[in-house]
Design a protein around this ligand. Sequence first.
Ligand SMILES: [Zn+2]
Length: 407
Amino acid sequence: MNTDTVFKEIERMRNEMTETLMELVRVPAIAPQSGGDGESKRAEKLVQILKTIGFTELRHVDADDERVPSRKRPNLIAYLNGETKERLWIITHLDVVPAGEEALWTVTKPFDPLVKDGKIYGRGTEDNLQEMIASIYAAKALKNLGIKPKRTVALCFVADEENGSKFGIQYLIGQRLFDKNDLVVVPDGGNGEGSFIEIAEKSSLWLKISTFGKQAHASRPSDGLNANRVGMEFALALDKMLHEKYPTRDDYFEPPESTFEPTKKEKNVDAVNIVPGEDFTYFDCRILPRFDVEEVLKEINMLAATFEKKTGARITIEVVSKTVAPQPTDANAKIVTMLREAVETIRGIKAKVGGIGGGTCAAYFRRVGIPAVVWSTADEMAHQPNEYARIDNMVNDAKIFAQLAMA
Ligand SMILES: [Zn+2]
């Protein structure tokens, strides 16, 4: 049986793949800290889908989490046995980020998916359902044709990727489900041609900055201390300081420099005529691995101390999440070579190996010395309004996964 037969079988299921992806979009899976009830409902839907496809033995590795109604964060593994015990893991995540500003969704509502011009629109279509469906249908094509792949395919669906993976891949790694001989693909990032294989990442540092002043009537501001103003000034000063102190570029990375972005703001007072006594703002920092994250934090705290002195407000810096970049995956690791070859054979292009902003499941594998690659073909619409997945990318990436299983 040649690979063309498998690829044709994948092509034949194009519409079914699209329908299945849309079914999953309709069941949101948002983390409790973003106001959602976790991934359980979506996981149930996925179990139904997998059973229909013929994955009878599913392994559930749920992590307890009191914050969600089901009290668990579901993680799921579906195996397709191969000729050898060598395992190809394809890791995709169940959770999605919230819709964001609904008014910006002009094509369709975030959880009401729509097909238009060869793209499926909806929250989570690209991040990470496109590749989840691609991995499932790569395995389904092999099943349909009665092909036993060379190596065992383990489709792994995890929770909590968007908020640090404690209840997702970190939990699974803690359960010792993986070993150093595993081949691990995390299709959760890449470019529009599928010509970028990520083997390294930046450190990531998320901060909550709280500014405490004194609430007052807005007509008598001198009775209070406006935490909103101090908070804004501090955020801008911090933004400037970080960019000035860390301008270094490393062309191995994409983008080549460290990034420091003021992102989320928490709502403050309910009325226009109140001087806010509190202000909460957040920063997302992605730092080149050559820099010490603790050193960056120290600089930030020093600036906060200076501001406290200058303004009389109290400023606290809380680390919401911190991931220090692990040792990169060896550029000559087997999975890197296999993927390069698959991309070259099927698409006729040479893939570049490099680093990105980080924050995918692959980092946790690298930390325990298991080589992992991040790869997919995507327009990088993740977390944006009008997020979409190209149907062609979903179908063509499924072929790559099938090739990785067979070659
Ligand atoms: Zn993702």
